[in-house]
Design a protein around this ligand. Structure first.
Ligand code: G3H
Ligand code: 13P
Ligand code: ZN
Length: 326
């Protein structure tokens, strides 16, 4: 990256104020991942239409897919598009699951307003040291930092963990104090991807560990908590995908009611990626199957984008409670 850019030059905000309002207001800010233009347009349109603050987040995989420079200018374009449409919704550009100091530094230098340093797979003291190092760099530029304690089951970018290790409430106070992080991602039973729970015939999704969340809140009252792996794995999309040639067997996510409960607590950022992937895939499959003569990507990606907007509006309005909070 040749030139350094501060996020304020791109019209972005860090998470400090939006989290403060979300914690006291009992709602959560949506954090949607994007890798391409249609996803980003959909996120911004849904935020504008619901008047919701939003976090647009980029994983290391997204950077490798779309190119870091491309993504940074896309974020600038998204902010300018929103302002031209007459909206002042706060937009935060966040690194999702940063796995090294160097990656966080590169993102901060290129205009990200928030970064996650995910040292959750490291021994505790190493997680503290790495997170502290990122915070020290980030705070020089008023960039906010998300740390993580506890390991989610499933795939955390390239880091695989078969079993979830719940966050230990007796570590959180020490971690927050020693690292200076601005928010903390926790593990209370969610996992990444579209296969969050293995259910036997007729079995219900087990509740998230709200008892652990409550203990965490008691140790660090009012501190911003982040929930990863929060897709609901919308079953109508799974069905459409399977109807039009896909094969997703046993895909299941976190019920919306549980997310509502989380959003009403100190959980003030809810990460959603898989639901968007499912919505896009379902609509692309449906469109192509029903329009065999079409070959214009604007047609099938346009259909996917419209569905993404509807999905995100639904989340903002009826699940996270962020609508009207911009
Ligand atoms: O938590 C991971 C996000 O869903 C991003 O996934 O690494 O495949 O881009 P990705
Ligand atoms: P989902 O796979 O449940 O959408 O989780 C996304 C996430 O946590 C991104 O960091
Ligand atoms: Zn995640």
């Amino acid at each position: 990256m040749a030139d350094k850019t501060h996020y304020t030059e791109l019209g972005l905000v860090n998470t400090r104020d939006i989290f403060k309002k979300a914690v006291s207001g009992g709602y959560a800010i949506p954090a949607y991942n994007f890798n391409n233009m249609e996803q980003l347009q959909a996120i911004i349109h849904a935020s504008i239409e619901t008047n919701s603050p939003v976090i647009i987040q980029v994983s290391n995989g997204a950077r490798n897919y779309a190119n870091a420079t491309m993504l940074r200018w896309m974020a600038k374009g998204a902010v300018e598009m929103a302002r031209e449409m007459g909206s002042q919704v706060p937009i935060c550009l966040h690194l999702d699951h940063g796995d090294s100091f160097e990656l966080c530094q590169a993102c901060i230098d290129s205009g990200f307003s928030s970064v996650m340093i995910d040292g959750s797979h490291l021994p505790y003291e190493e997680n503290v040291a790495l997170t502290r190092k990122v915070v020290e760099y980030a705070h020089q530029f008023d960039v906010t930092v998300e740390g993580e304690l506890g390991v989610l089951a499933g795939i955390e970018d390239e880091v695989q963990s078969e079993h979830s290790t719940y966050t230990q409430p007796d570590e959180v106070e020490d971690f927050v104090k020693k690292t200076g992080v601005d928010s903390l991602a926790i593990s209370i039973g969610t996992s990444h991807g579209a296969y969050k729970f293995k259910l036997a015939e007729g079995e219900e999704v087990p509740p998230l560990r709200f008892d652990i969340l409550k203990e965490i809140e008691q140790r660090i009252p009012g501190f911003p908590i982040v929930l990863h792996g929060a897709s609901s794995v919308v079953q109508s999309y799974v069905q459409l995908i399977n109807q039009y040639g896909g094969h997703l067997d046993g895909a299941v996510g976190v019920p919306e009611e549980q997310l509502r409960q989380a959003a009403a607590s100190a959980v003030c950022k809810i990460n959603i990626d898989s639901d968007g992937r499912l919505a896009m895939t379902a609509k692309v499959r449906e469109y192509l199957a029903n329009n065999a003569e079409e070959f214009d990507p604007r047609k099938y990606l346009g259909a996917a984008r419209s569905e993404l907007i509807a999905l995100m509006k639904h989340k903002n309005e009826t699940v996270l409670g962020s609508a009207g909070k911009a």
